[in-house]
Design a protein around this ligand. Sequence first.
Ligand code: AHM
Ligand code: MG
Length: 331
Amino acid sequence: MLNKNQTLGEFIIKNQTSFKYSSGELSSLINSIRLAAKVVNHEVNKAGLVDIIGPTGDKNIQSEKQQKLDVYANEKFINTLVNRNIVCGIASEEEQAFISINSNDKNNQNKYVVLIDPLDGSSNIDVNVSVGTIFSIYRRKSKIGTEVSIDDFLQSGRHQVAAGYIIYGTSTMLFYTTGNGVNGFTLNPAIGTFYHSHANIQFPKHGNIYSINEGNYLQFPDFVKNYIKFCQEEEGDRPYTSRYIGSLVSDFHRNMIKGGIFLYPPTAKNPKGKLRLLYECNPIAFICEQAGGLAINGEKNILDIQPKELHQRIPFYCGSEEMIQQFQKFI
Ligand code: AHM
Ligand code: MG
């Protein structure tokens, strides 16, 4: 139930017991992500001031070295999780290899690993367009008390314990699921508190938005070209509306609320697709399914794919259930 006076912190505590095997560890972990999100949000909101207080790479007025925002976000999320001793491993889209946290014994007692895309769509920052953070949480497979291994990170999306995203948009929102539906929280920037704004959000079964980078049209497989033609035909509720921001979190978020389909097919430049299975597709697919939508790679459900490597890319199609089912007829 929606209680708009409830903060994210209160919501996490209240729902802690509804999560099986709950020991409070997952709650602390989500709380840490909430904290890092607020810090990153503050920095993202200042992005336009960079031209005033000094360009990237220069010293700013406090004589601190300025960083690119995606590097900054990466450090903030990693440091928050490491300093709070609540995960045993982290993999980030910004890091070549996974990070094993073994600075002291306590860390190795932790049972969760986090996979994160700290600032997705970061090329949009320069032009004041929404960007996001995407995260995904798994229970480790390796034994507690040992170092994490690559297999802890290469788990299929079905094994996700929680996933979510933060959208730094006209408002900053945090949406997440622990497998009991998707809830959304909106930041009140005046007091730095996230409030419950969306309870158990559901994709409309059908929508009239299709989102794809049509600049790549000539490189798309024929079935995608045929589907685009279908979207543009005048029949029934078609033509659909084309909406593409180029920032996955924003495109997905809009489609989840309004109803729509998002497509990132293979192209000549990215023959395996562009989006990353572990940091982008799996968490978004988990949220999508929890909100009653579907996410596929053209052959199977995203959540059933066994990952082979940390930075694996795949074709990605997700959105309203009926639209994905319709799209599947073209494959
Ligand atoms: P990034 O992780 O380098 O920011 O790239 C991922 C982004 C997604 O947010 C978005 O859906 C996609 O790349 C857009 O790609 P394109 O510009 O090729 O349409
Ligand atoms: Mg990304």
